[in-house]
Design a protein around this ligand. Sequence first.
Ligand SMILES: *[C@@H]1O[C@H](CO)[C@@H](O)[C@H](O)[C@H]1NC(C)=O
Ligand SMILES: *[C@@H]1O[C@H](CO)[C@@H](O)[C@H](O)[C@H]1NC(C)=O
Ligand SMILES: *[C@@H]1O[C@H](CO)[C@@H](O)[C@H](O)[C@H]1NC(C)=O
Length: 209
Amino acid sequence: MHAHSMLIAILSLAISAISVTDSAHSPIITATPTRALANRQVQTPILSTLQYPYTALPYQVYPYQVLRGPQFGYNQCNSTTLGPKSNCQTLIFNAPDDFCLWGSPDANGEIGNVEAKVVAYCTKPYHGTRLIPPDAITGLQWIRTSAYIQVTGFINNSAIGLDNKPGNGGELDPHGADLQGNPLGGVVYSNGTADSDGHNLVQVMNWNT
Ligand SMILES: *[C@@H]1O[C@H](CO)[C@@H](O)[C@H](O)[C@H]1NC(C)=O
Ligand SMILES: *[C@@H]1O[C@H](CO)[C@@H](O)[C@H](O)[C@H]1NC(C)=O
Ligand SMILES: *[C@@H]1O[C@H](CO)[C@@H](O)[C@H](O)[C@H]1NC(C)=O
């Protein structure tokens, strides 16, 4: 039954990352990795440091003519961008009935080929994005803690533009080898994290799917 793939998305709050300490052993401090920094084109910002109020997002947060760029879609998403051709790259992650996942803008996309340009597909027509069809998700578990929100479930990949080949998988996050993110310019907001008042959207600085 490879038509349905496991779906996992984890979003953590910016600062409150969990650190695990083993008091029985002295910590081993390893050198700071520099390789990813070297891959970034000089002078371009690190995507995971770019912060905007939801209501003050620029048209594109990553318009730079970089090696993998510029950004494929845009970040100002509203009723004019809603629909199956939307290239909105602002992902909303509120609640089990109101969240988005990254999917391919072209049908049958292989994740490794489209990771830089994935766009948001949402369960609700509120966020200026493409929509996840109602029958595409066949299982869902929503976990909300003080440090992160995680959704795990089953989805028909075709419904979000991805191929259904068994074994295909990939990770999307605001880092990547060149620190420009996958997708480039992708940003995430939620009103369900512990630092939101439950109404206003707050930017999630660390996320992966
Ligand atoms: C709606 O989104 C479009 C496309 O990103 C943008 O050009 C426009 O300014 C937005 N409108 C409002 C009112 O934010
Ligand atoms: C998955 O979605 C595609 C396109 O929407 C559809 O043609 C196909 O029948 C679906 N597969 C399953 C197993 O539901
Ligand atoms: C916050 O999330 C809830 C649940 O999805 C939704 O009903 C509400 O409209 C959201 N509020 C804002 C301001 O986005």
